[in-house]
Design a protein around this ligand. Structure first.
Ligand SMILES: NC(=O)c1ccc[n+]([C@@H]2O[C@H](COP(=O)([O-])OP(=O)(O)OC[C@H]3O[C@@H](n4cnc5c(N)ncnc54)[C@H](O)[C@@H]3O)[C@@H](O)[C@H]2O)c1
Length: 328
């Protein structure tokens, strides 16, 4: 049984809490938010103690692993402090994305987890779907062949104005992670960006990448889309065929190179994913299972950091009009 706690009880922390409470291998033991009005009702609902101070919670409770679902600048500026405190106290951690909006902090978090021999995971939930798992099987079993290109799109409606790089740092950990999941490490990046009318931030981006393998890839991203339509499309072409994952989990299609018969897997109406929220369930269940097994973790801190390194390279590329090497 994994004893877990959640820090940060906004909507996303509440989602983590709910899925832990439904996992029979996890026992929710405590919740923590700086704001009493945020944590108290949730703690009452689940019958666990509410804390307002991370250190006090870590001192008072027996905890194996902690979800950190704080937010902050660029949706990641508040992750560093609680993550480092949990690691210092010897806890495994699942942190929301971006691992941090500050690349130095992200590097430190990964370094510290490694030093302490603890498991650090990132909630890169877009790849925790049956469609992505099946696509990975096609790749691992050789049906796809060697990856030639990856075409990725992720667009949502987010009218919030934050730093110029909010859209890149807060949204695209997901898309870059999915690209890396199928294409491997990314070596070079070139980006163009665009501000939608009336916006002060770079709310649209077109990013070219070169993978270590020599394969090429592209990301189209936006914070100016409708929230009422599909948000994501991932297309991967290999030497033996091409697959497309539509809208994170809704459909996988595979087009073999030498046969007119294509494979179509739709999200089943019975027993399939009932919505995007289920990506959190799948990710959290995998985290619990892998921590109990002693690791390694899918969507690890290293992978979360690697996605942020690509994002920082894209930002430098747009700032300087250059093709940028990815650090790390
Ligand atoms: N994976 C996904 O699909 C997905 C989707 C949306 C948001 N997110 C991420 O989830 C995270 C949380 O988002 P949200 O909308 O719930 O944020 P939010 O701002 O509503 O909630 C964050 C909470 O953290 C608390 N907090 C901050 N610092 C704290 C600290 N040191 N100790 C205790 N509590 C602290 C705040 O008081 C607040 O209640 C963000 O990082 C965001 O990027 C992920």
């Amino acid at each position: 049984m994994l004893k877990v706690a959640v820090i940060g009880l906004g909507n996303i922390g509440k989602t983590h809490t709910r899925w832990y409470s439904q996992n029979e291998d996890a026992e929710l033991v405590a919740l923590c938010d700086l704001l009493p009005e945020r944590v108290a009702p949730v703690a009452r609902q689940y019958g666990v103690r509410a804390y307002h101070d991370v250190d006090e919670m870590l001192r008072s409770e027996e905890i194996d692993a902690v979800s950190v679902a704080t937010a902050g600048p660029e949706n990641g500026g508040h992750h560093y402090e609680p993550v480092m405190r949990c690691l210092a106290a010897g806890k495994h951690v699942l942190v929301e994305k971006p691992i941090s909006n500050d690349i130095e902090h992200a590097r430190e978090m990964v370094r510290f987890a490694r030093e302490k021999g603890l498991l650090l995971g990132v909630n890169l939930n877009h790849r925790f779907t049956p469609a992505a798992d099946r696509a990975k099987c096609l790749q691992e079993e050789g049906d796809l062949g060697n990856v030639l290109f990856v075409n990725m799109s992720l667009w949502i409606n987010n009218p919030n104005e934050s730093s110029p790089w909010f859209h890149m740092r807060a949204l695209h950990p997901h898309s870059i992670d999915v690209m890396r999941h199928f294409g491997g490490s990314i070596r070079k990046v070139q980006a163009f960006m665009h501000k939608a009318p009336g916006r002060g931030i770079w709310s649209n981006a077109s990013v070219n990448v070169l993978f270590e393998s020599g394969a090429v890839g592209h990301l189209t991203g936006s914070y100016d889309a409708s929230g009422l339509h599909p948000i994501e499309r991932c297309e991967v072409m290999g030497t033996k065929g091409r697959f497309v994952i539509e809208n994170v989990y809704e459909r996988l299609e595979f087009f073999p190179r030498t046969s007119p018969e294509k494979l179509v897997i739709d999200n089943p109406i019975m027993g399939g994913m009932s919505g995007f929220d289920d990506t959190f369930r799948n990710r959290i269940n995998r985290f619990v299972e892998q921590v109990l097994a002693g690791g390694p973790l899918d969507a690890s801190g290293e992978e979360g950091l690697a996605a942020q390194e690509v994002i920082e390279a894209a930002i430098r590329s747009w700032q300087h009009g250059t093709v940028e090497e990815v650090n790390g």
